[in-house]
Every structure is written in C-alpha cells, then in structure tokens.
Design a protein around this ligand. Structure first.
Ligand code: CJB
Length: 826
C-alpha cells in the first residue's frame, strides 16, 4: 500500500493564516470586485474558494507536469454519475489548511461553516453508485495514481425534493446558477460527436471494403475540469465533465439559410443532452436521450484519450499499456464499440488488431443484480441513434458466438441464444451487461457476496467460459470526508488515541478497540455522539419543525427510496411500536427518533406513496400526546451528500434492511459504522463483511438469508400467510386502509398494504417482519445498558478500516489496473 504523509508540516502547500487572509481579501477585491463592507456570505465564500484555488491549481499543474513527463499508464474512470457534494471543506482538509482558513476567516469576521453552506451540492448522481465514483477519485488522487474521471456536466443535477402535504415534489436543481468556483472550462479540448444518419459500404482506392458513417447530426462536447485534490495535497487529478453544445458549423448553415428559429431549435436539441441527470436509480430509462447521453460522454472521452495518446505515439502498439478504462456499471459500455469504431473506421486498424487492444483496455463494474436495472436497448432505437455501433455490436457478437461459444458448447444453439448480446424477442434488444462481459478483461462485483451472486446467478455461463475474468472489489468510502471532515469531534479523539495518520490508514483505528471497555474513553466517545445528536436535533427542528431529544435513540435510514431497501419494513416497525404504546402508554421502551432521508424516482409511484405514508404516520405520531413523546418520526426533505454529512455522525442505529441478495454492497452502512452507529441489518451486501469485521455481538442481524429468500420465492411465497397468522401484523396493515393517518382521505395509504398483499410482497417484508421486530427489541435492550452500547459503538468505529476507499482502489490497482503511484509532489 502506498503511504503518503499526513503530518501538517509535510503538506506541500502549507500556508500561514496571514497569507490566507490576504489572499481572500485580494480575491474579494480583484476577482469579485467588492469590498468587505458590502460582501455577503456568497461573495466571501467565492473569494475563499479563489484563495484555495491558488493552491489547488499549483498542485494541478505540478501533477500534470509529472504525469505527462513520465507518460505513465493511467486509469480512466467512466461514470454517468459523480455525486461530489460540496468541495470547499473537503479541499481545505485535503490541503491541510482547514484550521488555518477557519482562523483566518474568523479574523475577517466570517464563520467558516456559514460560508461552506453557501456552496450548492454538486449532485451529479443518484445515490451509491455516483457517490462511490466520488470517493474513488478522492482515493486515486490521495494515493498518487494517474487517473481521470470522465462524466457529464449536467446543467441540472438530481432534483431538489420538497414535501407538500407529505407528498414529494420535485424541483429543478440549479447548482451553477451563480457560477461554480471549482470548474475550469477547456475549450482547447472540445470534441465533436456524430449521431444518427446512415452507414454506407465503400471501397477504398486499394479496393478494400470499408464502412462509412454519414451522421445526421454533429454535437460539440465542451470539457469542464474539476480539480480533485488528494489528501496531503501531493496530487491533484481532474474530473472532466462534458457539456453538449450545438455544432457551430451546423448552426450557421441553417441560420444563413434564413432559419434562425430552426437554428435555435437545433441548439436546444444539442444542449438537451447534458441538460439533466436522469433521476432513476436502479431502473433503466430506455429513452433515446439517455442512450444519447451515454454515447455522448463516451465518444468525447475516448477521443480525448486518443488525442493525448497520439501526441506521444505514432501507432497503437502501446495503447493498452498506457490506458485502462473502468466502466462504472453498464452505462458507459457503449465505449466498447465506440473504441472499435475509432480504431477501425478512423485510424484504419484491422478488426483483429483493434479488438485485441480493446479487450486489454476495458474493465466493467457491476453494481446490481436487479433485473430492472440491467440495461437493454431496443435494437430499432439503437440503430436510429447509432447505426454504425449496432453493426459493430453485431460483428462482436457474431465473432463471440462463432469463435468462443461454439467452441465451448459445439452445436448448442440454445447456449448461443442464452449468451448472445442480442436478445431475441419482440422487440430485439441489445444486452449491455453482456456486451460489458464480452468486451472487458475483468468484471467485478462490489462486495464479496454480490460478486459470488454475479458468478452463480447473473452470469453463470460467462463464468463457466471465463472464470478468470470475474473478481470482487469490495466498496469503500473516503475517511477524509466521512469521518475527518464531517465529524471533527470524533476525529480529534482519534488523533489523540492513535495519532494523526488514520485518515490514510484507517486500520490504525483498531488500536482503539483496546479502549472499548475503558469507562473514561466510553464517556468521551458517547459525549461526542451526544453533541453530534444535539447538532442534528437543531437541523431537524429547522427542517421539519419537530422537536426531538438527543437522549432518544437516533434510528436512521438514509438511502434512495426503493422497495428492495424496505423503508416500508421500517414503517411497519414504527406502526407496531405506536400501536403497542397506544395499548399501553406506560410501556417501557427506550425513546426513539426515527429519521429518514430519501428521494424517490419521480415516476416510481409506490416509492412516493411510501414517502407520503411515513410523513403522514409521522405527523400523527408526533402530535399524539398519549404516547408522551416516546417515539418521533421525521423525514428530512432533500436528502443529499451535505445532509448526510450532518446526519451520519449523529446516528445511533443504522438501518440496512434490504431483502438479502438485493443490495449489491451499500456504502452508507460503512459510513455509519465508522461514525459509531450500530447496524441493524440483513445478511446482504457489505453488511456481511461489516459483521465479519465488528463481530457478531456488535451488530443486529435478522431476517432470511439470500438462499432462503430465493428458495422461498421458488416454493411460492404467499405473504398472506404472515398476514393471517400474526394478528399484530394484520392490525397494523389494516390500519393503512383507514383514515387514521390521513383524515379526510381514507385509503390514502392503502397502496402500501396492497403491494404487500395483492402485490405479492416481492421483497418479503412480511416474511422478515417478526425477525425484524425481535432484532429491534434487542436494540432496545442493548441501549438500556449505556456501557454496553458505548463499547459496541466504539468497536464498530474502530473495526471498519477495511472499508477505506483507498483499500478498494489498491485492490483495483492490484487486480485490474496495474498502475504505479506517482505523487506529483514528493
Ligand atoms: N447502485 O446506486 C446504485 N445505482 C444503480 O443503478 C445500481 C447500483 C448502488 O451502487 C452502490 C455502489 O456500488 C452499491 O453500494 C449499492 O448497493 C448499489 O445499490
């Protein structure tokens, strides 16, 4: 593992307070043309960013010089999503100047927290997949690896969520309305992207046949670079995001012909490509615009790579030594036929040569087993948008079926059909995941259990064909953002306990396990948790108007809203407790605050109904004096990275309750454990590995295993059996039919009950209900014993060093990318 120093004096851009102050003032005057007496927080924030950028850009140029000077192998991380959140605090910590900046700003009469909260979240992603990409580029820079992230410069990121009478309302996100101080436009690297049109077979002067694509439209891709500052400031890589614009030439042509309005329409069509992030998580949006987005950024990114490569090389014989491309899910798999097109059609390589290169360059990460998330494209739509790519995919498929499948399973047409990249049917579909496996030298899952299921259930025949291509890289999170920056109190305690190197070597925290029984340490640890809970209580009051006590268990479920994640199972527990309290107001339970944060895809009706249900149930419970405030329910609006940073340090209990076999990994589970929350969870995704690390006695595991889930479904699961056999469960489900929680709107919550009964309860909430309630009782018991709870919390926090995203990146480097580390500044 690469080690970088984290001692303050070793940070290359050490800057004193006076210098920082002067820099901020100078930028206030000369960059933003304002003065101290007039500037508002937004102006101060921007001036602060400009001061920080003086250091960032220095690191950026040093890194560029170093990496281009040695012409080294680099990883190119292609992702349709990068959920970056805010960058100010993160950049300050990673440069080692947070305290300096804070003190400088205080002397200027500014509060750093206020300034940081001026920054809009860069919400260019939906959830775990996008946030993982953000953690990974942080780790790559921290470890000094040559790397570039490629994505889309969406004008609007994930929608802003508001609640109106408990219902989710989507509002546009406008993160760049007042300019973004971190991004740099690079017009010198604009690319052109062809779309639509038709393909002709032509014969060159040498009589050789070649395919020529006559595109119907050309779009420009304008790159915006976001510097990615590694912790320690030794390396500053970039995230390059492409913005779509109308092609100049095309516009003027129409304009000159008198078609000003038409030219405007063309412009709007071109700009639509990077206009908005699709808000669907784990469901495919089989829309033309989505395919266009995918192609657009892959085409730009590959041209960018080829351009850079060709500056130093005359042929492609070293391409695969220099370049490795990681495909973040199937979204960028169109890059495979696109590289073939660029190499064969534009560079004149033979198919075999190009395929040999392509096969050594691409690797694919699968993030989900859910069938509705596995991308497929209607062949007709595909041909309309990318006619040449469809031909290339047919060729890849034809060769694969004839040369690989037929060799392994001779005369087996059924096997050919099974493994074909083209799914026969009406309509015929292009299976992007199959294209990924066929076109990549490695396919990985994101947690041990998930990677096993990929081999056994998702791609069993591909696994039989190429066992060596399948591997696992367990996800991770950056401890810089998810502990050091978001939980400064706990970080200070850990600095004192194990020294200051844990942000890069999180396994150092293991030493803290020895203190888990120490009453003094327990007291300090839990006092920090209590303060963090008080902070969150203020946020809750501000966002929801609900007053909550920091004495109560903070029971938190934050993640996208999806049936498989089972927020409605959590809801059933709340209803159970509430009903028991109504039956016996003196019932001895530990007070709890149930805290939710989740966005639902705008078209996902049941997910939105669940949000509405939780909000309405919360309203009723919070206002019910009979239960004496023993439970409260709050749903924080507009869950996003910056809100997660406030919620996670305050969690006592982390809800990770997906149906076993459905959550590929989860990463929120890791963040909570690191910040001293205990997990209540199923044997799913990375929960399995968290349990391994923290020990069975420090986690609350419940529910069916993945094997049991699949046998139950095979045997014919009938959720009604549970409904009729458990009177308490029946009573709370029947409650949803009434108007108890929705006065004047009887049945407004009935769809949730219907999905669990008539809908067949596809994610087995009812089968797991009893076991979940028992586990929650065990939580209640454990919380009564303060010393025991403290010990468990400390052990959790100290034992999850494995989930550092630096470790994930090192695994990728060792098993897939084979990179060398070159920190720009030694
Ligand atoms: N994931 O966030 C998404 N979106 C998808 O479309 C598919 C999967 C999540 O990816 C995370 C990062 O690997 C996983 O931790 C999580 O389990 C998975 O749902």
């Amino acid at each position: 593992m690469v080690q970088v120093s984290t001692a303050a004096e070793d940070f290359p851009f050490y800057l004193d307070k006076e210098a920082f102050k002067q820099s901020v003032q100078r930028h206030l005057h000369t960059t933003y043309g304002t003065v101290e007496s007039k500037a508002n927080s937004l102006a101060w924030w921007k001036a602060t960013c400009s001061a920080i950028n003086e250091l960032v850009f220095e690191g950026l140029t040093e890194t560029h010089k170093k990496h281009s000077g040695i012409d080294t192998r680099a990883v190119h991380y292609l992702s349709l999503e990068f959920l970056m959140g805010r960058l100010t605090r993160n950049n300050l910590y990673n440069l080692g100047i947070f305290e300096t900046a804070r003190d400088a700003l205080t002397e200027l009469g500014q509060d750093i927290d206020t300034l940081c909260s001026e920054e809009p979240d860069m919400a260019l992603g939906n959830g775990g997949l996008g946030r993982l990409a953000a953690c990974f580029i942080d780790s790559l820079a921290t470890l000094g690896y040559p790397a570039i992230g490629y994505g889309i410069h969406y004008e609007h990121g994930l929608f802003r969520q508001e609640f109106r009478d408990g219902h989710q309302i989507e509002r546009p996100d406008s993160w760049r309305d007042y300019g973004n101080p971190w991004e740099i436009c690079r017009p010198e690297s604009i690319q052109k992207v062809p779309l639509y049109g038709y393909v002709e077979t032509e014969f060159g002067p040498n009589g050789k046949m070649r395919k020529v694509w006559h595109p119907g439209e050309m779009i420009r891709g304008v790159p915006w670079d976001i510097p990615v500052v590694g912790f320690g400031g030794h390396t500053v890589n970039i995230l390059r995001l492409w913005e779509s614009r109308a092609d100049d030439y095309f516009d003027w042509d129409v304009f000159n012909a008198g078609g000003y309005v038409d030219a405007q329409a063309e412009k709007a069509r071109a700009e639509a490509i990077s206009k908005v992030l699709y808000p669907n998580d784990e469901t495919l949006a089989g829309k033309e615009l989505r395919l266009t987005q995918q192609y657009f950024f892959c085409c730009c990114s590959l041209q960018d790579m080829l351009r850079r490569y060709k500056r130093r090389h005359d042929d492609f014989s070293h391409f695969a030594e220099q370049i490795v491309i990681q495909l973040n899910d199937t979204h960028p798999t169109i890059a495979i036929p696109e590289l073939m097109r660029q190499l064969v059609d534009l560079e004149g390589l033979k198919w075999e040569e190009a395929w040999a290169i392509s096969q050594q360059v691409f690797a694919y990460t699968n993030h989900t087993l859910l069938p509705e998330a596995l991308e497929k494209w209607d062949v007709v739509l595909f041909e309309h948008v990318l006619p040449r790519h469809l031909e290339i995919i047919y060729e890849i498929n034809h060769r694969f079926l004839d040369e690989v499948v037929a060799k392994k399973w001779p005369n087996d047409d059924q096997m050919k059909q099974r493994l074909s990249i083209i799914e026969e049917g009406n309509p015929r579909m292009v299976r992007m995941a199959y294209l990924g496996v066929v076109g990549c030298f490695k396919t990985n899952g994101v947690a041990y259990m998930h990677s096993e299921l990929i081999k056994k259930e998702l791609f069993p025949y591909f696994y039989e064909l190429w066992p060596e291509r399948f591997t696992n890289v367990t996800n991770g999170i950056t401890p810089r953002r998810w502990l050091k920056a978001c939980n400064p109190r706990l970080s200070a305690l850990f600095d004192e306990a194990v020294g200051t190197h844990w942000p890069t070597d999180l396994t150092l925290l293991r030493q803290v396990v020895a203190k888990a029984d120490d009453p003094k340490f327990q007291k300090r640890f839990m006092a920090i948790k209590h303060q963090n809970k008080q902070d969150l209580a203020k946020v809750i009051l501000q966002l929801t108007g609900v007053e909550v006590s920091a004495e109560a268990i903070f029971d938190i479920q934050i993640k996208r809203l999806h049936e498989y994640k089972r927020q409605h199972l959590n809801m059933l527990h709340i209803l159970t407790l509430y009903r028991r309290l109504l039956q016996d107001p003196d019932l001895d339970i530990q007070p709890r605050v149930f805290i939710f944060g989740a966005k639902a895809a705008p078209g996902y009706k049941l997910a939105k109904d669940i949000i509405f249900g939780i909000n309405k149930i919360g309203e009723r419970i919070n206002a019910d004096e009979r239960i004496k405030g023993k439970i409260k329910v709050v749903f924080l609006p507009n869950y996003r990275v910056s809100l997660a940073e406030q919620m996670i340090p305050a969690g006592d209990l982390s809800e990770q309750i997906s149906t076993a076999g459905k959550e590929a990994s989860g990463t929120g589970n890791m963040k909570f454990a690191l910040n001293g929350a205990l997990t209540i969870g199923t044997m799913d995704g990375a929960n399995v590995e968290i349990r391994e690390e923290v020990g069975d006695e420090n986690i609350f595991i419940f529910g069916l295993s993945a094997d049991e889930v699949s046998s139950k479904l095979k045997a014919g699961y009938n959720s009604r059996d549970y409904y009729y056999n458990n009177p308490e469960l029946k009573a709370i489900l029947d409650w949803l039919d009434s108007d108890y929680f929705t006065p004047n709107q009887p049945g407004a919550l009935a769809s949730i009950k219907r999905s669990l009964l008539d809908g067949g309860d596809p994610f087995l909430c009812l089968a797991d209900y009893e076991s979940y309630i028992c586990a929650q009782q065990a939580v209640d018991q454990a919380y009564r014993d303060k010393a025991r709870w403290a010990k468990m919390a400390i052990i959790n926090s100290a034992s999850v060093g494995k989930f550092n995203s630096d470790r994930s990146i090192q695994d990728y480097v060792d098993t897939i990318w084979k990179l060398k580390s070159y920190p720009a500044i030694e």
